[in-house]
Design a protein around this ligand. Structure first.
Ligand SMILES: Cc1cc2nc3c(=O)[nH]c(=O)nc-3n(C[C@H](O)[C@H](O)[C@H](O)COP(=O)(O)OP(=O)(O)OC[C@H]3O[C@@H](n4cnc5c(N)ncnc54)[C@H](O)[C@@H]3O)c2cc1C
Length: 380
């Protein structure tokens, strides 16, 4: 039994919440989870998880199950709008044998993390939120929307982009900032064997396999001013925005599913200054540091937070653990946010390379990817 933190409330059962609940419960900590949604099934399309995320899934004991449920790939290809390859790059496994990248259905990842958390003893209450939170040197006192009142050693806020706990602790000014770009996603029949990006004119499309049969499409577009688009129009709007592509992307565009199977996500960042904690509450994942998806790092960083926080909370007293968590996380997350944002801006503002420039573009991209990978390879 761990002698430090004994009783923890996790608010939010997304990637970060389920991962930290699994990590702590596996160490013998008593974990309650409250989740606002009534069920965990409607969790979007697919997700790409690079080696740094997969190493965290290994720490949580669920890597093999994730690998068996998704689609492992070891290459990234950048193509022009017609599907002709500009550059292909290996995504190598790490020296411990953990693969370079995995595509997996989000619902599958959620189910695996959910089982890991609850089978280790974490108790999940769906349709429940925190209504009152007070803290002092003895405990955090929480009243939840189902009328329960309980004391915890620490409350971990994993409520995502629009976290009410973040607003309660740090005010509304710490909230999400729109980047000017949005992402359209849908699932479709698999047509690629690796993550493949297609550079259009001021848009980017990508295809990621998530199992033998399926892949997901993502399509990034500039949406100045963050206009509201009616959900029933999402299919037609996406189709129109994909007009410039030929080849495999056009094939996907010409076979888009109904609007109800398309997800439209304006891209936001959260850059909460340090510390992300008070005496007895700490934020992880998107609640503290939402990042644009250009390096597949939002969920990956939530997983890193979960593993590092588990280590620190079970290694030392709370008053030392939370600052230690910040020391290990803040600079790394900031670096990754900046790198992700730089890739997004370059990709969205640079016209597709003409044939004569492709060797240069290819060399530059290889350098950029190698630098990112070297950074992500560092221990967390
Ligand atoms: C278009 C797009 C593509 C992306 N692609 C990738 C990718 O390929 N790879 C990657 O690593 N990341 C990707 N991400 C980022 C990734 O989805 C997020 O970073 C990740 O989901 C964050 O996990 P989280 O647990 O912090 O938050 P979330 O997964 O958002 O979970 C938050 C949970 O909290 C619940 N909640 C909210 N409010 C409350 C409340 N008051 N009380 C209780 N529960 C509450 C929510 O219902 C939800 O279940 C992408 C993001 C976008 C927008």
């Amino acid at each position: 039994m761990n002698a430090n933190v004994q009783r923890v409330l996790v608010s939010g059962a997304g990637i970060g919440g389920l991962a930290v609940a699994a990590g702590l419960a596996r160490q013998g900590v008593q974990v309650d989870i409250v989740e606002a949604r009534q069920d965990l099934t409607a969790t979007g399309v697919g997700i790409s998880l690079p080696n740094n995320a997969l190493r965290m899934l290994k720490c949580l004991g669920v890597l093999d199950e994730c690998l068996a449920s998704g689609y492992v790939f070891d290459e990234y290809a950048m193509c022009d709008a017609a599907g002709e390859t500009i550059v292909g790059m290996p995504l190598r496994a790490s020296s411990d044998g953990v693969p370079g990248y995995l595509g997996i259905a989000r619902a599958r990842l959620a189910a695996i993390l959910h089982t890991a958390a609850t089978s280790a003893g974490a108790k999940l209450r769906l349709g429940v939120t925190i209504e009152e939170f007070t803290e002092d040197s003895q405990a955090a006192l929480v009243r939840t929307s189902d009328g329960q009142e309980a004391e915890y050693d620490v409350v971990i806020g994993c409520e995502g982009l629009r976290s009410p706990l973040r607003a309660r602790l740090f005010g509304a000014a710490a909230g999400p900032v729109f980047t000017g770009y949005s992402c359209w996603r849908t699932r479709t029949k698999r047509r690629v064997t690796a993550m493949t990006k297609y550079v259009g004119d001021a848009t980017d499309a990508g295809l990621v396999p998530i199992d033998e049969d399926e892949m997901y499409l993502f399509h990034i577009t500039a949406e100045p001013g963050n206009p509201y688009h009616e959900p029933q129009d999402w299919r037609d709007l996406l189709e129109a925005r994909m007009a410039g592509y030929t080849g495999v992307v056009a094939e996907v565009r010409d076979n888009l599913p109904p609007a109800s199977e398309i997800i439209y996500s304006p891209l936001f960042e959260v850059r909460l200054p340090r510390p992300w904690h008070t005496e007895r509450a700490v934020l992880i994942g998107d609640a503290a540091h939402a990042v644009v998806p250009h390096l597949s790092q939002g969920g990956s960083q939530a997983l890193e937070d979960a593993v590092v926080l588990t280590e620190e909370l079970t290694r030392r007293p709370l008053a030392e653990a939370l600052p230690a968590f910040m020391r290990r996380r803040f600079d790394r997350v900031q670096h990754i946010q900046q790198a992700s944002s730089a890739v997004m801006i370059r990709e969205m503002t640079t016209p597709p390379p003409v044939a004569a420039d492709r060797a240069n573009v290819s060399a530059e991209l290889a350098r950029e990817m190698a630098a990112v990978r070297a950074y992500l390879d560092q221990p967390v």
